[in-house]
Design a protein around this ligand. Structure first.
Ligand code: BDR
Ligand code: CA
Length: 314
């Protein structure tokens, strides 16, 4: 059993990641923390509440965190995720609001209080995690691992030729996280692009019926439409959900331990994850960099079976 905190900026693929985590008996979700990313902080926080309540898990605490990156301006992307960030399903309004108290304080207090080590799953810009590590360096020994979705090396970027969204939005935060000394698993585009959802997966999800699966189908269909328009393909990787899948089923993923850093001052490459794949810097290995998936179809069929377990809202 892994105890986890999920730091997130939903996002349809964040929603799948959260639902998969809640549906998985291997994971004890201690709470969600939200960050400005795909949408502004108020929207990502409200989305996180709606997602846990959809899963019948209104008891999961959601704490709002950083409203902007450490040094830069926010970069919401409604053109990718729609006006709500989780377009594709009309979620009922949340019954409960976020908890009082900042996400960074929640992360620090939860790690200090927990007797066992905790895994932090970072699905958005890493502002909250970097803040927590800077404010309370003692928490490093309570973190079993940080699993983040972000970056890309062999595949390049998805926002610029060099940078993936989560790292581009807050490269300084990602640099702090990668330099923290905490064990890290990175799930970059190199891995998520090797793990595309089945073609028209939305139809398979819809066939299950029930509110959770219909919501998943709606969000997936929205995601597929964007993929079609931009890449001419009906199959898209659910980046953040792949990160949770990699934690659950490491046997299905491949990668290598190596030194990784982030470019924060490039003229063309700000936000690039610089992966020392051939170990030329002599720096210590700080990151398990995932590059492949041995059976993408299996990842999504396992995910589908898990999601179908989730109860509906009362
Ligand atoms: C990442 O960017 C966001 O838009 C997604 O939610 C995911 O976390 C993919 O590059
Ligand atoms: Ca995300």
């Amino acid at each position: 059993l892994h105890h986890v905190i999920i730091d997130t900026d939903p996002g349809q693929d964040d929603a799948f990641a959260i639902l998969l985590a809640l549906a998985s008996p291997e994971l004890n979700v201690l709470g969600l923390t939200t960050v400005a990313g795909n949408m502004g902080l108020d929207q990502t926080t409200d989305n996180a509440r709606r997602i846990v309540e959809l899963a019948g898990r209104g008891d999961i605490r959601v704490h709002a965190g950083s409203a902007r990156p450490l040094m830069r301006e926010p970069r919401p992307v409604p053109e990718i995720h729609g006006e709500t960030g989780i377009d594709g399903w009309d979620f009922p309004p949340a019954e409960r609001g976020p908890e009082p108290g900042h996400a960074v304080a929640f992360i620090i207090e939860t790690l200090r209080a927990h007797t066992e080590k905790v895994i932090l799953i970072a699905l958005g810009p890493q502002t909250n995690i970097a803040m927590a590590l800077r404010m309370a360096p003692d928490i490093r020994e309570k973190i079993e691992r940080i699993v983040f979705m972000g970056g890309g090396y062999f595949e390049g970027g998805n926002m610029t030729p060099a940078a993936e969204y989560n790292i581009l939005v807050d490269p300084e935060a990602a640099r702090i996280v990668l330099g923290s000394g905490v064990p890290i698993t990175a799930v970059p585009l190199d891995c998520t692009h090797a793990t595309p959802a089945p073609v028209n997966w939305s139809s398979a999800l819809a066939a299950h019926g029930g509110e959770v699966m219909r919501a998943c189908a709606g969000m997936m269909e929205f995601f597929e439409r964007y993929g079609n328009a931009k890449h001419g393909t009906a199959s898209r990787p659910l980046h953040d959900a792949v990160a949770v899948a990699a934690l659950l089923w490491p046997d299905l993923f491949t990668g290598r331990l190596c030194p990784v850093d982030v470019e924060c001052a490039g003229q063309l490459t700000t936000g690039m994850t610089v992966v020392d794949w051939l170990r030329q810097t002599g720096k210590p290995d700080n990151c398990l960099w995932l590059t492949g998936c041995t059976d993408s179809a299996d990842v999504y069929s396992r995910m589908e079976a898990r999601l179908a377990r989730l109860g509906t809202r009362r």
